[in-house]
Design a protein around this ligand. Structure first.
Ligand code: BGC
Length: 357
């Protein structure tokens, strides 16, 4: 009796351990994908992360996602951990595109492919692919919106404008700046646009970490130094976080009232708080980059890498990271303002009515 019971118990044990082992190896064979994100400070990165997990899990992969609170050493050690754990591919939205050379070399040493997500990783040939929006175009859209709204092509003006740039260590920030300046500079040169602060160089206008509070502080300084007697007509803000910092500063000195309307203020990311601000006539526009589409592209790249299939790209000429031309899939951004937010942001399901009320 006892022997028979033991035999049955053992058979059960063997059966379950084998089947557990079987399903384990099946899951393992699909692979684990590391996802390194910059921070949760911005709504967009949480959306990016959630969509990436969703898309990769649909394709049968396990995910290991880490956020680094905008701290470079934290991001480096998170990526090191992923390498140690032996993930199969790492997708990275870098904080500082120039700070990952060594850790990417380690990944390369372990044959772990790297997909740069939204931001290019510089100075290493260990980056295999890049998925992003057309960053230069984002700036072109912001600059063009200002030019069109002020009717500068009809020789209107002069108007007063101030310029803001993104984080100096984010490779995208210069693309946004250069795109916008390609449109604005001719009007600054002709005198139709006046930058009263005199601050037009990227390093004078850049905002560390894309921090809204720092943008607010800079705007406070500019307003008190140059605009006590003058009215400001436009502000080039490279993203929504900076735009909202600028809005707060302007409100503090009476803009956004019946006597003094807000200047044109650009943005980027279509964050819920900025759509609300646009609906209240504070921020004027945002450039929408559908992070669902970006996650889709990046997850497809990962899947193609894992299956050793050709990876789909549509730009192999633009993104030189000082070490190689990184094959890229570029997506098109979309201008959003009060006129089309319903169709682009709500009807598309990107945000809900509840998110923006
Ligand atoms: C992204 C923007 C974002 C900014 C701040 C940039 O690299 O492309 O969408 O607003 O970083 O996180």
């Amino acid at each position: 009796m006892r022997t028979k019971g033991l035999f049955i118990l053992c058979s059960f044990f063997i059966f379950f351990s084998l089947s557990a082992c079987g399903s384990g190896s099946k899951e393992d064979s699909a692979g684990t994908i590391g996802i390194a994100m910059p921070s949760k400070a911005l709504e967009r990165w949480e959306k990016d992360g959630d969509f990436m997990i969703e898309r990769l899990q649909e394709k049968g992969y396990k995910t290991d996602i880490q956020y680094a609170q905008d701290d470079v050493p934290t991001q480096i050690s998170q990526i090191e951990n992923m390498i140690t754990k032996g993930v199969d591919v790492i997708v990275i939205a870098s904080i500082d595109g120039e700070a990952l050379t060594d850790v990417i070399e380690k990944a390369k040493g372990q044959d772990i492919p790297i997909v740069a997500y939204d931001r290019l990783i510089m100075n290493t040939d260990g980056v295999d692919y890049y998925a992003t929006f057309d960053n230069y175009q984002v700036g072109v859209y912001q600059g063009s919106y200002i030019v069109e709204t002020l009717a500068l092509e009809n020789h209107e003006g002069p108007f007063h404008i101030e310029l803001f740039g993104g984080a100096p260590d984010d490779n995208n920030a210069r693309f946004f700046y250069e795109g916008a300046m390609s449109i604005l500079q001719p009007y600054i040169d002709s005198g139709q646009l006046i930058v009263k602060s005199g601050q037009t160089a990227f390093n004078q206008i850049a905002i560390q970490n894309w921090d809204g509070a720092a943008a607010q502080a800079r705007m406070d300084n500019v307003l008190s130094a140059s605009y006590t007697e003058l009215t400001i007509d436009a502000v080039l803000a490279p993203n929504d976080a900076i735009a909202l910092g600028v809005v707060s500063s302007l409100k503090g000195v009476g803009y956004g009232s019946t006597e003094r309307s807000m200047p044109i203020i650009t943005g980027q990311d279509a964050e819920a708080a900025s759509i609300k601000s646009i609906l209240s006539d504070e921020q004027t526009m945002t450039v929408f980059k559908n992070t669902q589409d970006l996650a889709n592209i990046a997850a497809t790249m990962v899947d193609q890498l894992m299956k050793e299939e050709p990876v789909e790209t549509n730009d192999t000429e633009t993104y030189n990271n000082n070490s190689k031309l990184v094959p890229t899939y570029l997506l098109e951004p979309i201008v959003v303002d009060k006129e089309n937010y319903q169709e682009q942001i709500i009807d598309s399901g990107y945000l809900t009515e509840a998110d923006i009320r």
